[in-house]
Write a protein that binds this ligand. Sequence first.
Ligand code: GDP
Ligand code: GDP
Length: 437
Amino acid sequence: MANPVVAIVGRPNVGKSTLFNRIVGERISIVEDVAGVTRDRIYSSSEWLDHPFHLIDTGGIAYDDQDVFLQQIRYQAELAIDEADVIILVVDATAGITADDEEVAKMLFRSKKPVVLAVNKADNPTRMNELYEFYSLGFGEPIGISSAHGLGIGDLLDEVIKHFPETKEEEYDEDVIRVSFIGRPNVGKSSLVNAILGEQRVIVSDVAGTTRDAIDTQLTREGQDFVIIDTAGVRKRGKVYESTEKYSVLRALRAIERSDVCLVVINAEEGIIEQDKKIAGYSHEAGRAAIIVVNKWDVLAKDDKTFQTFTQSIRDHFQFMSYAPILFVSANTKQRIQQILPKVQEVAEQHAMRVSTSVLNDIIQEATTVTPPPTDKGRRLRINYATQVSVKPPTFVLFVNDVELMHFSYRRYLENKIREAFPFEGTPLRMIVRNKA
Ligand code: GDP
Ligand code: GDP
């Protein structure tokens, strides 16, 4: 089950991004840190009282050709209505109710989505006492908050989580491989899904259902069951935000969460852009297996170096995902389409692989003998014991004398050593370092 989505809506300057940052905190993501991928500060995951959720600041999704304020706000409200489970409407305590607030409130009211009204900039008790006028917006009790000073945020989130849908059980059996195609608009995600479903060896057993943001299709190929989670197949026809790249990230996030294997689709014709890396980065962080699929391979005029050059460029741009195999395909000519599902199956197996503790410890032992950990202020890291604690993705715990002595480069070195013994193709690995008890 994908986590609930909470959207922050409101006219400009009421404090939406301040609230967003307040809720998600300043957590820097691993990918941002390591891969030089700048993160959109408009989507993030957060948690309140053990309820995980996604948060969107709709104010960050703007439309270039819409410079009229009200138009922008309308589209943002529309996006929130379509995408969110709960909407936080932010208004400004110091400004009172404006015509724009009323306009947005009307749209939200008609949508019948749960709305929690946050009256921001209620920085002091006097302002907290002046919230009554906001009752007239029709969303019940206004919650006074100060995003700048961190006041009332807990009360707000208490109210938000009350409206979360009941969590459902996972829909598919453990041995079904869940696959999604993720990528920017127009890279060919839908075309690839269709090409796969049209394959001779593929038997479609069930178009299981259309959720708000995906069509799930169950299929079998040579005895293996798959579910393709197709987010591109559900288009919000006529919605302006559908074609925005930032919106495509949100779509990708929801699909990633429900997948075992993410097919990161790149358009060969356009090459790699920042947005591709961001989307791939989310898959990496979520610990999903990944394959990089370069589509529209038919379009390129190729010589004997094209393949190599393109591969190198992908490796340079996606350094954090060096484990991902690359496929060059064409949905149009069907070139290598029949290689996709077998590859998915391979990486899914690696993603779920367990290695024996004794072999793992042999590898670590040998690695530390060949290249001992560097010393830090006269002290040296010692790894006492390693064990794999979970799969999807494979996760290892290393018990050491002092976690402070484990440096990034040595961690990387150990990961490489593990991968020399067990390739774990297509899957990220997690390494948790603990002080030995
Ligand atoms: P957005 O356009 O709705 O995303 O609004 P911003 O988050 O960019 O905030 C607009 C302005 O309001 C900024 O100058 C913020 O510093 C200020 N602001 C945000 N929250 C508060 C608050 O709780 N109290 C006060 N006094 N100012 C705030
Ligand atoms: P999505 O937005 O990622 O789902 O992309 P679509 O599947 O809708 O494809 C976008 C456009 O790219 C359409 O006009 C497709 O016909 C075209 N397209 C998709 N795959 C290929 C391909 O392999 N080769 C070429 N030349 N065009 C393709």
